[in-house]
Design a protein around this ligand. Sequence first.
Ligand SMILES: Cc1cc2nc3c(=O)[nH]c(=O)nc-3n(C[C@H](O)[C@H](O)[C@H](O)COP(=O)(O)O)c2cc1C
Length: 199
Amino acid sequence: MKKILHIISSPNGEKSFSTKLGNAIVEKITAANPGSTVKVHDHTKNPFPHLEEATLAAFYTPAENHTAENKKALKHSDDAIAEIRAADIVVIGAPLWNFSIPSVLKAWIDHIARAGVTFKYDETGAEGLIKGKKVYVAMASGAVYSSGPYQAMDFVSSYLTGLLGFLGMTDLSVFRAEGVAYPGQADAALQKGIDSIAL
Ligand SMILES: Cc1cc2nc3c(=O)[nH]c(=O)nc-3n(C[C@H](O)[C@H](O)[C@H](O)COP(=O)(O)O)c2cc1C
């Protein structure tokens, strides 16, 4: 029995390939782990705001000195981190936009990457503090990035693997619905992504 958090970052609703692939991952997890619960957070409907001056001031104030204003400014970040901590498994729908991730997903990352809370530095380097999670990334892209001429432009999987690993979420798998913009290939691209899902 697992607690699953499914993050959606495509505004394409039921047409979204990253959401369809993410749903297929969730279905496989729940089939393998009966009684699992799923929390869906659609960031296109409930987005996190950009970081503001008050947020950064609160980030860099030690917790024991937090004012009421700091605590208010930290609410979004606290909520985002609590949502991850409550999950055993995080499924992230990641459409590839302009060789990167949609800004709603980046806004979420800016709230969960917090020095002293989700990572810390010591004399030997950095340590991620969100441990024990399994992360699945459901990527969707117009072109193909896992091989071929655009492979060097695959910044999404490398960024999410690097960033989430930095925060301690090192057990991460990427599945892809790729080449959906190639004429007539969208359905097969999605099916190939679904067939590739290995838990
Ligand atoms: C704003 C925008 C930018 C995009 N940029 C790229 C891109 O740089 N490379 C690419 O291969 N596909 C790009 N695409 C195509 C998407 O990756 C593709 O439509 C994918 O299915 C989007 O995910 P979704 O179906 O979950 O919404 C872009 C699509 C949009 C809407």
